[in-house]
Design a protein around this ligand. Sequence first.
Ligand code: PEP
Ligand code: MN
Length: 342
Amino acid sequence: MIITMEVDATSAQVDAVAKAIREQGVDPLVLPGEGRVAIGIPSALTSDKRDQIETMLGGMDGVSKITQTSRPYKLASLEFHRQKTVVEVGKVKVGPGHFVMFGGPCSIESYDQLARSAEVIAKSGGTVLRGGAFKPRTSPYAFQGLAEEGLQIMKRVGDEFGLVTISEAMSPEQVPLVAQYVDIIQIGARSMQNFPLLISAGKAMKPVFLKRGPSASIDDFLLAAEYVLSQGNPDVILCERGVMAIDRGYTRNTLDLSAVPVLKEYSHLPVIVDPSHGTGKAKYVAPMAKAAMVAGADGVMVEMHPNPKEALSDGSQALTVDQFERLMDELKKLAEFVGVAM
Ligand code: PEP
Ligand code: MN
């Protein structure tokens, strides 16, 4: 339930409404907004209780409107937060009106590998450099990443090429370390419901890039974002990266492009699409990246590698330098047509 206060409601009136809700044994969530305050009430109440609260608040001074909502998330919802969020990281704006290319290898392997990737990304107009130092691998025998050494390489290369940087933290303990070296903290798909990790990322005063879990519904996804937002961190970027495929022989995951307009309808947060993990095959990345732009995404995250055959992880889905440059050219042409800055 959302209680929207009048534009000129006083803080005493807001406090009185919050107090009345608290007296019903319910915790109100007071959300100062553009021009007016909204107060949220958790939806997990019985309908009798909700009706009782609605009747009680209906007559109170300063209350403009009471909306019953079935959406379980509040801070992530557009209903609550009418203004679309643009996450600003240095000179990069992630949100409506801009289309941001996040590019780079799956894993940071060496200075030379990352610097060559960064050179290509910067030259072709990409603005965010990706690369994992802590890798969530299915097998414990697979390359696990260079850990702190990888983050040091990322920081150095990001500074040298003037790129914003992003890397994954897999545990709450890793968050401060990752935040020390990079501009954006990535939460991987497998970690989307690691709640202590989400809370830790919410406390780090850096933007959080949250990937959708392979079997997460839209509600699950936005509730995971809600964990980060509820810690006081407003800078959350959502990333659709494919859900469980029915036939994994053809694509690694099923890229759910319909999630883009759905998320845009229900949330104010920016949405990025990752066609690399979404398809698992380099040849499908460009068509799906272009489709993501047309679907209304605020950018794409694309894996590329100076030599995909030698990649220590996800080589089959990494674009070569040529393929990456070609995709950037195509996206720039499409951006003019779609009407977004790139
Ligand atoms: C990655 O970005 O390299 C990664 C591991 O992605 P995901 O969490 O989406 O599988
Ligand atoms: Mn990868």
